[in-house]
Structure formats: C-alpha cells, structure tokens
Write a protein that binds this ligand. Sequence first.
Ligand code: ADP
Ligand code: ADP
Ligand code: MG
Length: 437
Amino acid sequence: MFSKILIANRGEVAVRIIRACKDMGISTVAVYSEADEESIHVALADEAICVGKASPKDSYLNMENIISAALVTGAQAIHPGYGFLAENAGFARLCKKFGLVFIGPDAKVIEKMGDKDAARKLMVQAGVPVVPGSDLIENLQQARQEARRIGFPLLIKASAGGGGKGIRLVKDESQLEHAFLMAAEEAKNAFGNGNVYMEKYLAPVKHIEIQLLSDEKGNTVCLGERECSIQRNNQKLLEEAPSSGLSAELRERMMEAAGRAAKAAGYTNAGTVEFLLDTDQNFYFMEMNTRLQVEHPITEEISGVDLVKWQIRIASGVLLDMKQEDIRLKGAAIECRINARSGGTVTFLHVPGGPGVRFETALYQGYQVPPFYDSLIGKLVVHGQNREEAIRKMQSALCELVVEGVANNIEEQLEILDDPDFRKGEYFTDFIQRKGL
Ligand code: ADP
Ligand code: ADP
Ligand code: MG
C-alpha cells in the first residue's frame, strides 16, 4: 500500500480523497493554485504545494508542476479526482514515466474510452447496444448524407467532449450546416480536437449509469445503477440510486452489458458506463467515464462500498475481496448538487446532519468562492430505507442547509423534490426544461 498520495484536484473531491487517505493511514499532499491558498483541502492535507496561478491551465492542469510536486514530496501515487486531469491519458503516461502510480485505469484505456467515437466502435464489437449514429464526420456533404440516414432530430457530438459540453441539437435539415461547422469549431477550441460524430436524438429517455470496480486480475463487480436524468443543459443536477425505472431483470441485463463493456476495454479501477434507457426498456451505450464520478456517494450509500478507498487499493495492486453475489444494495440514496450562481464570501454556513445525511463540501464560513473553477460548491447526499424516506430526508436536509453570501440553487432542488412526476419516478432527461425550472 502507498504511504503518501498527492491529490491533483481541489474543492469537495480533494477533501473526499484526503479523508479516505486519512482513514487508510496514508499521508497526503495537496496541490493548489494561487487563488486556493485559503482552501480547506490545503489545510486538511499533511503537506501542500502551490502549483501555479489561478487559471486551471497554469495550476490544476499544469502536468509538469504537479509531477514535480509529487517527486519533491516523495508521493508514490496521484489521485486525479474528476475533471481536470482525471481523463487525460497523457498525464497518466507522464506519471508512469516518473515512477508514479496514476490512480485510475491504464493510459491506453483512458485514451480508448475518452474518444467517444472509438468507444462506440469498441462497444459494437463487444455486442453492447449503442445509440444509432455515425462514424466521424469529415465534411458537410458527409454530414448531410449521414443526417438523412439517421433522421432528425439528431445530436452532433464532440469525440473528446465531456461535462455536458460539446453537444449540439439539430432539429431539422435547415439547421445542419451551421450546427456542423459550429460544433467542429467549438470542439477544436474547447477540447483541442475538432472531431465530431452524430447520434440520433432519443426522447423521452432516462440517463442510467452503472458503477463498476475492476482489479488488476480482471475481477469485476457492478454496484448497481444511478439515475441521473435530472439535468440542465446536459449537466446533472440531482441523482438517485436505485432508479425507480428499472426492474430487477433489466438491472441485471444492464449490469451484464456494463461488465462486458469493461471487459472489452481491458478496464481496471473504478469506472462508470453511461446508458440511455427508452420507454420500451431498450438501453444504449453512451460513454464510459474512466474516473471517479461526481455522484459516486449515492452508490457508496446503498452498497456500503467506499469507492475512493477501492480506487486506491486497486491502484496499489490489492485484489477485490468481494464477488458479485456478495453485493447487497440497501435502501435508496439521493444526491443534490449545490451549485454557486454567484461569487462571493460565505458569510454564514449551517450544515445539516443526522443519520443518513452527508454533505460533501469544501465550504467554510468566511470562505471566498473563487471565480475560476466549477460552480459545484457542495453535494448533499441522503440515504433512506426506501425512496419515500430518502426524499423526505433530502427535503428536511435542504431546508436545514444554509449557505449565505453566495447565490445558490437550494430552492431549485426543493422544487424538483416537490414535483409530482419526480415523486412518481416518472421523469426523463427533459424534466427541467419541460417543467420550466
Ligand atoms: P459526472 O460525469 O461525474 O457526473 P460531470 O459530467 O458533471 O461529472 O463532470 C465532472 C466534472 O468534470 C465537471 O466539473 C465537468 O465540468 C468536468 N469535466 C468532465 N469531462 C470533462 C472534459 N472532457 N473536459 C472538461 N471538463 C470536463
Ligand atoms: P458528457 O460526456 O458531456 O457527459 P454524454 O454523451 O454522456 O456527454 O451526454 C450527456 C447528456 O446528454 C446525457 O446524459 C443525455 O441527457 C444527453 N444525451 C446524450 N446523447 C444523447 C442522445 N443520443 N439522445 C438524447 N439525449 C442524449
Ligand atoms: Mg456523460
């Protein structure tokens, strides 16, 4: 097992990883930008090194400085969290080159699955159903041809996209030319890679994803699903596990397909296979996220498995001590993402608690939220004996939670929980838009 780990991230996920390390008796090294000197992850880690200016490209994406920080402090491994360098195959390679363990799958696997177009092809080979769509689109003529074959509405997607970015809806032929040219240009600017392809736009659909853990011997367990259909602009807002849209039989089939996907990719460590599920119970592979996911705590709550600790164990060569038949999923869990809608200083903070209530955050009273990073400032997670109890628990926890000084979306989360269709579990990825929330 490692004795020292560097955490190449900030915010709530850096705190989450530091806590896991402390439980495991592993020393921690935080890295931070000049804007994050007063951040809680810096205070909680055993050591902390400034890796650059506020802008992510100068600090949290600055591979050379992060590797140097690990070498100088004698860290043996680097946990990338999510976002930033978590799905950067070049960074995983660089770690290896300098004798550091990248806590995640092999660079080749990251590369393969990070290219959405290549991942789709691999899934077709593995017999996993994918959303009907095209190969890479090279030019406008090809775009027209493929669009007619697929049918409208369709999506143009960046092969290198992520975080809800790089997706464009095309309703009819008249929008195609502009959309295609814009999408390729945007993809080049945002991801340094202008490759795009098309997918049929499926609606109504649920976003259902399967959490996996695989060790170096290829032993794999599936820890059930998460439903992430509550989204704004293709970005998740509220997630729950299990999904009320899945029968036990369908869950089995989706877990089997996810296991096959992982096997085809030669996957190790924690990973998530994302699917779209239509109202006829057909499911389609969308992408695989080769990292810890933002909403991982709801799986931890229902499975009792600590995903971050297992990421660290697997990266150090420990084999899974559980088999699929040992996995027991209990009760229901919900996560509400708390997003900042402004900058500012937290003038007052009250955090809810009690059995089954967990608040993952890097906030503290007096903290000044820097404007340079993701808007996620906290994740409120509850676990109940069943969905009804989890919803009630989330409602009271959201009412208790007070974040003053920074505009946020606590009220919006309460509105979602209040909605009769949400209560019935009858909702799809267009929920927020349809409800005008
Ligand atoms: P999850 O898939 O874990 O639910 P999100 O899709 O919300 O997470 O993305 C997690 C974080 O990573 C967000 O901060 C998002 O902006 C960022 N992110 C994910 N993929 C990319 C990418 N390819 N490029 C830039 N940022 C990304
Ligand atoms: P990202 O890498 O940004 O997470 P995804 O490919 O996972 O991108 O898609 C993000 C979201 O966009 C999905 O959760 C879903 O709501 C929507 N989406 C993606 N593909 C389709 C599709 N073919 N049809 C309908 N909605 C889609
Ligand atoms: Mg996705």
